[in-house]
Design a protein around this ligand. Structure first.
Ligand SMILES: Nc1ncnc2c1ncn2[C@@H]1O[C@H](COP(=O)(O)OP(=O)(O)OP(=O)(O)O)[C@@H](O)[C@H]1O
Length: 261
């Protein structure tokens, strides 16, 4: 692996990932700088979720080539618990044990910080309360997650991911099922985390939210076709091209938004 800049939170180098010998990611390299929010975008099947799985160490090792490094250290060499404290993950359509309450689920985010079989302490409870309040899920803390709507459940899972207080947070379609006010709340929560130095990487289909990030990774056919600043004209051109020019990127006041063409 080439020498790395000290402020790289996460990097993937020459990744080849496959399923049943079918290539999914092809010679892909990408770096994520500490304390930045990067959105990953691209058409359906481009390999965005696969890349996130590779970055989080969830891709099966037998069908993966290349190296992933977390804070400059190979991901596979991290002790499991330390890695779980440093790198948090919110997957797409995560399955939750239905009889757990909202509070139980959010407290799972504190597991990497607890000793074996120890109950959560008052600090764990305070962190979880803060995160559930941030996603406006605290009021339902005693309800079983089975009772919640898709968007409500997503807000609990977001709180769980934030409760890890990891320095790197990977999220796959975190806005799925969220209504516009809660999408906006999510964006403010991400901005607050990034202001504290957290590195956030999110796969997003909501392009106008993706354009609010610091950087954008544009993917197509298992490769990164562009990585640049969200405000850069080159990034907008890459984004329009990858969606066959069926969208256009426009400026409204100081924001960039994607409109259908
Ligand atoms: N377990 C699997 N078995 C077979 N094919 C898979 C598997 N996982 C991913 N793929 C294929 O790999 C490609 C990339 O999938 P991936 O889910 O990473 O894409 P994506 O960019 O996240 O797509 P979407 O926007 O639709 O969520 C797709 O063609 C998909 O069909």
């Amino acid at each position: 692996m080439p020498s790395q800049s000290p402020n790289l939170a996460l990097s993937a180098h020459r990744i080849h990932a496959s399923v049943h010998a079918q290539p999914i990611l092809r010679d892909l390299s990408v770096d994520f700088t500490q304390g930045r929010w990067t959105s990953i975008v691209g058409p359906n099947g481009a390999g965005k979720s696969s890349l996130l799985k590779v970055l989080s160490g969830l891709w099966p090792a037998h069908s993966l080539q290349g190296q992933v490094a977390l804070q400059g250290r190979p991901l596979h060499s991290w002790p499991r618990r330390q890695r779980a404290q440093t790198l948090a993950w919110l997957g797409q359509g995560e399955v939750v044990t239905e009889d757990l309450t909202v509070l139980d689920v959010a407290l799972l985010g504190r597991l990497p910080h607890q000793s074996w079989l120890a109950a959560p302490n008052s600090a764990d409870h305070a962190i979880v309360e803060h995160c559930l309040r941030q996603t406006q899920a605290w009021e339902w803390r005693h309800r079983p997650v089975a009772e919640l709507s898709g968007g409500e459940r997503q807000r609990v899972l977001l709180a769980r991911a934030m409760a890890v207080q990891a320095s790197v947070l990977l999220m796959d379609e975190p806005l799925a099922n969220l209504d516009p006010p809660h999408q906006t709340d999510w964006m403010h929560a991400v901005r607050a985390l990034v202001a504290q130095g957290t590195t956030v990487v999110s796969v997003l289909h909501e392009l106008s939210f993706a354009l609010l990030a610091d950087e954008m990774v544009v993917m197509a056919a298992g490769q990164v076709v562009h990585h640049g600043a969200c405000h850069a004209p080159e990034t907008h051109a890459a984004l329009e091209a990858v969606f066959d020019h069926r969208i256009r990127i426009c400026q409204v006041e100081d924001l960039w938004i994607a409109l259908p063409r």
